[in-house]
Design a protein around this ligand. Structure first.
Ligand code: ASP
Length: 585
């Protein structure tokens, strides 16, 4: 007899675990009525469901049980009659007969059938009745996958000497770039806490405090528009280590990610490869490359160094991609749509060419290209008959962005269609773009990242070309997380603040509580954080992180089950010293 580990004082077995080895045994199972079918006048078949699966019970027709009633059934396990075995069910060879049924709780008819497929039910309705949605196999599987990942991550971190330390949820505003949620202070009306966008500052202070290796499965909150891979609240494996260089951090985090993946898939991923940010941009056009497919960007600038074709002449960067065998599929409308997409991203245009069966190029622009340019184009892109070639000539960052996006649009397989391709992207730029208001550079990650030691001599003269010791972990085109080696010397921190246009006064005002501890002996340190929701979603084959979160918000930030956010009472607002202005008309 299989005695389940989940045996309790109410049940002897889990529904989904009953099998032929239990034949002849009297068992008690508890669960929800998944289905009831009448079987003549006297008997009914009830499929009883708990999270482990379904078992068929043969009950007296007179017993009043309906869909989703909660019942306890005691009976004898027996083989199903010949010809009625259900090979699709783990318990399909047996049934429970001679049943005594106790109704533990009746139930209203559910708003949607629990066995319906997720895409058959409107997502708002699923979220409104999430407690019923979670009864379904898909959500049960996803939440259990999530638990496995959490558990594997904890084990991997602890086995490497990391200590779990919790950090506060009510924190000062921090400079990590995302919009924060603010919490008004009752004791000090007009003052606010922020909810942590990450435990960044606290984990660095734990290094000053000698914790040496910290980790936390931390809740982070960011008031950013929601998307398939973004929720207001999300979970990160957050970690920080002392006396390390970049390779130490990458190795520790790789160990945790590999363990998490193996716990779900049963297959240990290969060691995670590394590429630099520059290489990622040159080859894939984006800083989170999906390595599951080719269609890499090809550098073409030198071919057109003395071209007569105006659109290419003098361009800082000319790159192309080869869309294999797609020439015929792309008629005028589709090509116009691609061009529009490129223009919306800010490109001046998109040049397309098709390779004809005789190997020559066809395009309205062919007449502007010399024979030599055409043949070099074909050989550089390794173009073959039937291919579609897409070319962008623009500033370097624009050619990367446009072709990187088109590469993803045209080639990226769906999430559930593995394989898993992890990659570390290193040497991110220290600064990206310029703040429109201040005219100063903006930090690429956050202002505490260590500049690359080889670039310090051009720090003041050419700050935009300075690399940092910041790195991202990417899986199948999703950014799983980021980290960096941190600045631990006040002098270096001052140089970065100066480059960012933050005066000493302002720095002290904003982050004084963070900077002062560094004067008391800060060890060299670095860390990383990766989004558990994203990793779980990919491992579960889901396109949207809402599918792996028990109680997520909708795209518009609402919770249809609790109706949050809701209006506060005037009395509460008065206590907080908050006046709500009428909406602007
Ligand atoms: N706090 C950073 C983030 O959430 C990660 C890190 O630098 O450790 O992206």
């Amino acid at each position: 007899m299989t005695i389940s580990k989940r045996q309790t004082s109410m049940r002897t077995h889990m529904c989904g675990e009953i099998g032929t080895s239990d034949i002849g045994q009297t068992v008690t199972v508890c669960g929800w009525v998944a289905k009831r079918r009448e079987h003549g006048d006297k008997l009914a078949f009830v499929d009883l469901r708990d999270y482990s699966g379904i078992v068929q019970c043969v009950i007296d027709n007179a017993v009043d049980v309906r869909s989703e009633y909660v019942v306890k059934i005691t009976g004898v396990v027996r083989p199903r009659p010949e010809g009625t075995v259900n090979v699709n069910l783990s318990t399909g060879e047996v049934e429970i007969g001679e049943c005594v049924v106790e109704v533990l709780r009746s139930a209203e008819p559910p708003p949607f059938p629990v066995d319906a497929r997720a895409d058959d039910v409107d997502e708002n309705v699923r979220l409104q009745y999430r407690y019923i949605d979670i009864r379904r196999e898909r959500m049960q599987k996803n939440l259990r996958t999530r638990a496995k990942v959490n558990s594997a991550v904890r084990t991997a971190m602890e086995s490497q000497g990391f200590v779990e330390v919790e950090t506060p949820m009510l924190v000062p505003s921090t400079p990590e770039g995302a919009r924060e949620f603010l919490v008004p202070s009752r004791k000090e009306p007009g003052s606010f806490y922020a909810l942590p966008q990450s435990p960044q500052l606290f984990k660095q202070l734990l290094m000053v405090a000698g914790i040496d290796r910290y980790y936390q499965i931390a809740r982070c909150l960011r008031d950013e528009d929601l998307r398939a891979d973004r929720q207001y609240e999300f979970m990160q494996l957050d970690a920080e280590m002392s006396f390390v260089n970049q390779d130490d951090v990458l190795a520790a985090i790789s160990t945790a990610v590999i363990a998490a993946a193996e716990s779900v898939t049963g297959v240990k991923p290969d060691p995670i490869q590394q590429i630099t940010w520059r290489e990622a941009m040159e080859r894939f056009g984006v800083d989170k490359p999906d390595l599951r497919f080719g269609m890499e960007l090809t550098e073409l600038t030198s071919i057109f160094s003395s071209t007569e074709f105006k659109a290419f002449a003098g361009a800082e960067s000319i790159k192309g991609i080869r869309v294999e065998g797609k020439a015929e599929e792309f008629g005028r409308n589709k090509l116009d749509a691609l061009t529009d997409r490129a223009k919306k991203m800010g490109a001046k245009g998109l040049v397309w060419l098709k390779v004809a069966t005789d190997g020559t190029l066809e395009s309205p622009v062919v007449k502007f290209l010399s024979a030599d340019e055409q043949s070099q184009l074909i050989s550089s892109l390794q173009a073959k008959a039937g291919d579609l070639l897409l070319i962008v000539a623009d500033e370097w960052s624009m050619t990367c962005e446009v072709l990187g996006t088109l590469r993803n649009d045209l080639g990226r397989p769906p999430v559930h269609q593995g394989p898993y391709r992890y990659v570390w992207v290193t040497e991110f730029p220290l600064f990206v773009g310029v703040d429109k208001e201040t005219g100063q550079p903006k930090p690429g990650h956050h202002p505490f990242c260590q500049p690359h030691p080889d670039d310090l001599d051009k720090f003041e003269s050419d700050p935009m070309s300075v690399r940092s010791l910041a790195y991202d972990l990417v899986l199948n085109g999703w950014e799983l997380g980021s980290g960096s080696i941190r600045i631990h010397e006040p002098e270096m921190q001052r140089r970065v603040f100066t480059a960012l246009g933050i005066s000493e006064d302002e720095a002290n005002r904003k982050f004084g509580f963070f900077l002062k501890p560094f004067t008391y002996g800060a060890p060299p340190h670095g860390g990383f954080a990766f989004g558990l929701d994203r990793l779980v979603a990919i491992l579960a084959g889901e396109e949207n992180i809402r599918e792996v979160i028990a109680f997520p918000k909708t795209q518009s930030g609402q919770d249809p089950m609790t109706n949050a956010p809701t209006r506060a009472e005037n009395k509460q607002l008065d206590e907080l010293g908050i006046r709500v202005l009428p909406p602007k008309v």
